[in-house]
Write a protein that binds this ligand. Structure first.
Ligand code: NAP
Length: 264
């Protein structure tokens, strides 16, 4: 399972990372590559995914890009098969791809709930299930689901997103409970506000609320005790820990990384 000739906390392990074309997924890819993991990277935007591969190239690990829309269950099944075939097995799966639609609760269309649930929940459920079946046959593995503080608490004007992220926390706990004795660790990361395209994309929410986006972003940052956004790299470092043997004693947890927002 591990190639001990390479240095690094993930030396020689093979990891699948979804949503690796930008933002947190790209940062996780860079952190994993720096720790010696070989990476099967996936997203829909192949140009951006190729950019991520370029940013990881210096690490000297093997890198593969695969285009797939995770809202499509057949594409998810095909991408998992391709990831397993690539280096004859997977040690780590990071479910990071996610989307956000923000607006007042009463304004959501059911189609928007469907759209968000397909990417944020169905794909995570399916990939976690496929990964568990695969890892049971290999004596273990690590699954890291990127949830959100929105998966543990309430927040204004994002009921659909919070619903989806609460589901990720729930499926992480249940899958972890049933696999805890089989050497599989399944944990979730709950970022607060992270400086990515998703944060910049608060435009739609601002428009729905009729406030300037800068004002909304300022309101958001003012809720963070550290007075700043979390960085993608900081999430990447936590993901490395959860993907490495350092976290072998931990499963079913949903860990906030939020600049001090929502302590407890
Ligand atoms: N930014 C934050 O403040 C924050 C806070 C808490 C949690 N999170 C969570 O962190 C994760 C990453 O967010 P981010 O901030 O990095 O967002 P982002 O910059 O918008 O990136 C989202 C990633 O997901 C991929 N993706 C979206 N829909 C997809 C689909 N249908 N099929 C395949 N890939 C898809 C995108 O790739 P393509 O566009 O190439 O398809 C992209 O790589 C998400 O799960 C998000 O909910 C973010």
């Amino acid at each position: 399972m591990t190639d001990q000739t390479r240095p690094g906390r993930l030396a020689g392990r093979t990891a699948l990372i979804t949503g690796a074309s930008r933002g947190i997924g790209r940062a996780i890819a860079r952190s994993f590559a720096a720790e010696g993991a070989h990476l099967f990277l996936t997203a829909t935007n192949m140009a951006k995914l190729t950019e991520t591969r370029g940013l990881c190239a210096d690490a000297g690990v093997e890198l593969h890009c695969h285009g797939a829309n995770v809202a499509d269950a057949d594409a998810v099944a095909a991408l998992f098969d391709a990831a397993v075939s690539w280096r004859d097995g997977l040690d780590i799966v990071v479910n990071n791809a996610g989307i956000y639609i923000g607006k007042p609760f009463v304004d959501y269309e059911l189609a928007e709930l469907d759209q968000v649930m397909k990417v944020n929940v169905y794909a995570v459920f399916q990939l976690t299930q496929l990964a568990v079946k695969h890892m049971l046959g290999r004596g273990g593995g690590k699954i890291v689901n990127i949830a959100s503080t929105a998966g543990k608490w309430e927040s204004p004007n994002q009921a659909v997103y919070n619903t989806s992220k609460h589901a990720v926390v729930g499926l992480t706990r249940c899958a972890a409970l049933e696999t805890a004795a089989q050497g599989i660790n399944i944990n979730a990361i709950c970022p607060g506000f992270v400086s990515t395209g998703m944060f910049d994309g608060l435009h739609d929410t601002a428009e729905a609320l009729g406030v300037p986006v800068e004002e909304l972003q300022q309101q958001v940052v003012s809720r963070v005790p550290m007075g700043r956004l979390v960085t993608g790299d900081e999430v990447g470092h936590l993901a490395v820990y959860l993907a490495s043997e350092e976290s072998d004693g931990m499963t079913g947890q949903s860990i906030p990384i939020s600049g001090g927002m929502r302590m407890g």
